[in-house]
Design a protein around this ligand. Structure first.
Ligand code: G16
Length: 544
C-alpha cells in the first residue's frame, strides 16, 4: 500500500452555496471533480495528523463511491482518526451530534439534502466545523480558493474498506472507527424529551403517528426511535428503507412532495401527528389531523412552549429565525422578553449565536428547526418535540396551533418558488428590484402602501462578520411583507423565491385559506418583479 500523488487541473465552479458544494451527479463524475474538492478541503485545514474527522452521508447515489475515495484520501493526507457511520450513513444532525460528542475537529457530510438523487440528479459535499455546524464563509471561501489553484491530490492505493461492519480499522497512519449511525443521536434525544411519557401515550394509542421517511436517511432513525424505543405501532414509519434514488421521489418534506402523508392527514383515518423529513434528515414537516403547520408557525409554537419540555425547562436564552421566516417567532420572543435575532438564509448563520449562548432555539421557513443540542437543523428532534408537546398538553395539533394564534395572532404565510429559470433572468429580476429600491417607499401597489424597501445585510453580533445582498424586503404600512431572493441550493439555472406574509390579529379571521388571504400581496409581488410575464410561466413551480 502506498500513497499516490495525482496531477490534476482546477475546476472553476467549486464555490460552495447556501449549504456546501451541491451539483449534479454528472458534475461530480467528471474526472477528479470530487477528489479536487476534497483535497481543497484538506489543504485548507492545516496539519491533519492530529485531527479527528467524522464522515458519512445520506446514502444517495454516489455516496458509497465517494466515501471510499474520501477514506483513501484522508489516509493519504494523514488524518489521525476518522469516524464513519456504518454503511457510510449519517444523517446531517447525527453527524453534528458525533462531532460534538467526540470532540472531533470537523466532519465531511455527503448530501444534496432535499434535492432528488440518482444518476440524473444531485449530489453534494459539505464540511462541518468543530462546533458541529456548517462551515462559515471564511472556511468555504478558503476551500474555493484552494480549488481554483489545485494541481495535485493525494490518495492511498488500497482496496475498499469494509464499512458495513462496526469496528476499528487502520489505513496507513489513520485510525478508522465505523460506528452505529443512530445510537449516539438516539441517546441525545432521550435526554431532551420525556420518552416515558411519550411511550405511555403511544402504547395506549392516545397518540398515533405517521412518519414519512421518504426513502431517505431517517428511515433507520425513525424505526429505532419511534417504533423500537417509543413503541409506536409497527408501520408508523412509512417509506422507511433508504434508497439511492429515494425511490424515485423528491425527498423534500413539503405539501407537494410528501403527497401520501398529506392525503392521509386530510382523510378520516389521520393519526394524531403526521411528519416527514428530507434526504439528509435535517428538515421537518409537521401536520395534524386536517392541518399543515407552516415551519414559521411550528417554530413559534415551539418557542412558546419550550419550557414545558424537559431539555428546555430552564427557558430559552433567546431565539433566531432566518430573515424570510415569518415574524410569528418575534411575537413570542416579545411576550417572553427575550431576544429574537434575524439572520440570512443558511443554517451556518445560527452557529455563532448558539455558541455564544445568545439563543437556544432557531429555525427557518424552509422546514428547518433546531436548538442548541447540536449545530444543525434536526428533523427527528422537531418531531419528538411535537410528540412531547402533544403528550403534555393532551391536545391535538389543530388545538395547539389555534390556541397559539388566539394568543399571538396569525401570520398568514406562503412561499412561491419559480424553479429552473434561466440564470440570467433570475439575476435580471433581482437587479431590477435592487435598482428601484430608492424610489419604492411611499408608492402604492394595489391597496398596499410601501413603507420601506431594502436589501437585507447582516452583521453577526458575535464576531462582526458581514453578509450583504441577502434578499430584498418590501414592507407595507399594514405590516405585511414581501421578500425576494434567489435560492443558493439549486443545481439547474436559478430559482426565484417569493415569500409573502400578512399578520392577522383577529381570531375571527384565523381560519381562512392562506392563498386567498394573500392574493392581493401575491398580485403586488407580480407587479413588482413581473416574473410571470418575463418567464412566461402562469404559476410558481412550488407553493408552500
Ligand atoms: C439549506 C440551508 C438552509 C436554507 C435552505 C434553503 O438547507 O441549510 O439554511 O434555508 O438550504 O436555501 P435556499 O433558499 O438558498 O435554496 P438544506 O436542507 O438544503 O441543507
Amino acid at each position: 500500500m502506498s500513497i499516490r500523488i495525482v496531477h490534476t487541473s482546477p475546476y472553476t465552479d467549486q464555490k460552495p452555496g447556501t449549504s456546501g458544494l451541491r451539483k449534479t451527479v454528472r458534475d461530480f463524475q467528471q474526472e477528479n471533480y470530487l477528489e479536487n474538492f476534497v483535497q481543497s478541503i484538506f489543504n485548507s485545514l492545516g496539519d491533519l495528523s492530529d485531527q479527528t474527522l467524522v464522515l458519512g452521508g445520506d446514502g444517495r447515489f454516489l455516496n458509497q463511491h465517494a466515501i471510499q475515495i474520501i477514506i483513501k484520501m484522508a489516509a493519504a493526507n494523514r488524518v489521525r482518526r476518522l469516524m464513519i457511520g456504518q454503511g457510510g450513513i449519517l444523517s446531517t444532525p447525527a453527524a453534528s451530534c458525533l462531532i460534538r460528542k467526540y470532540h472531533a475537529d470537523g466532519g465531511i457530510i455527503l448530501s444534496a439534502s432535499h434535492n432528488p438523487g440518482g444518476p440524473d440528479h444531485d449530489f453534494g459535499i459539505k464540511y462541518n466545523i468543530a462546533n458541529g455546524g456548517p462551515a462559515p464563509e471564511g472556511y468555504t471561501e478558503r476551500f474555493y480558493a484552494q480549488s481554483r489553484k489545485i494541481s495535485e491530490y493525494r490518495i492511498f492505493e488500497s482496496r475498499d474498506l469494509d464499512i458495513d461492519h462496526i469496528g476499528r480499522y487502520r489505513l496507513g497512519e489513520t485510525m478508522i472507527s465505523v460506528v452505529d449511525p443512530v445510537d449516539d443521536y438516539a441517546r441525545l434525544m432521550s435526554f431532551l424529551f420525556d420518552f416515558d411519557l411519550i411511550r405511555k401515550q403511544l402504547a395506549s394509542e392516545t397518540i398515533t403517528l405517521c412518519f414519512d421517511a421518504m426513502h431517505a436517511v431517517t428511515g433507520p432513525y425513525g424505526r429505532k426511535i419511534f417504533e423500537v424505543q417509543l413503541g409506536a405501532l409497527p408501520g408508523s414509519v412509512i417509506n422507511a428503507v433508504p434508497r439511492e434514488d429515494f425511490g424515485g421521489g423528491h425527498p423534500d418534506p413539503n405539501l407537494v412532495h410528501a403527497k401520501a402523508l398529506c392525503r392521509k392527514m386530510f382523510s378520516t383515518e389521520s393519526p394524531t401527528l403526521g411528519a416527514a423529513s428530507d434526504g439528509d434528515g435535517d428538515r421537518n414537516l409537521i401536520m395534524g389531523k386536517h392541518i399543515f403547520v407552516t415551519p414559521s408557525d411550528s417554530l413559534a409554537v415551539m418557542a412558546a412552549n419550550a419550557h414545558l419540555i424537559p431539555g428546555y425547562k430552564e427557558g430559552l436564552a433567546g431565539v433566531a429565525r432566518s430573515m424570510p421566516t415569518s415574524r410569528a417567532l418575534d411575537r413570542v420572543a416579545d411576550s417572553f422578553g427575550i431576544d429574537c435575532f434575524e439572520t440570512p438564509t443558511g443554517w451556518k448563520y445560527f452557529g455563532n449565536l448558539l455558541d455564544a449562548g445568545k439563543i437556544s432555539l432557531c429555525g427557518e421557513e424552509s422546514f428547518g428547526t433546531s436548538s442548541n443540542h447540536i449545530r444543525e437543523k434536526d428533523g427527528i428532534w422537531a418531531i419528538l418535540f411535537w410528540l412531547n408537546l402533544i403528550a403534555i398538553k393532551q391536545e391535538s395539533v389543530l388545538q395547539i396551533v389555534h390556541k397559539h394564534w388566539r394568543q399571538f395572532g396569525r401570520d398568514y404565510y406562503s412561499r412561491h418558488d419559480y424553479e429552473g429559470l434561466d440564470r440570467e433572468l433570475g439575476d435580471r429580476i433581482i437587479e431590477g428590484l435592487r435598482s428601484r429600491l430608492p424610489e419604492l417607499p411611499g408608492k402604492k401597489i394595489a391597496s398596499y402602501a410601501i413603507q420601506s424597501a431594502e436589501e437585507f445585510c447582516y452583521r453577526d453580533p458575535v464576531d462582526g462578520s458581514t453578509a450583504d445582498n441577502q434578499g430584498i424586503i418590501i414592507s407595507f404600512d399594514d405590516g405585511s411583507r414581501l421578500v425576494f431572493r434567489l435560492s443558493g441550493t439549486g443545481t439547474a439555472g436559478a430559482t426565484l423565491r417569493i415569500y409573502i406574509e400578512k399578520f392577522e390579529p383577529d381570531p375571527a379571521k384565523h381560519d381562512l385559506d392562506p392563498q386567498s388571504v394573500l392574493a392581493d400581496l401575491i398580485g403586488a409581488a407580480e407587479q413588482l418583479c413581473r416574473i410571470r410575464t418575463l418567464s412566461g410561466r402562469p404559476a410558481p413551480s412550488v407553493i408552500t
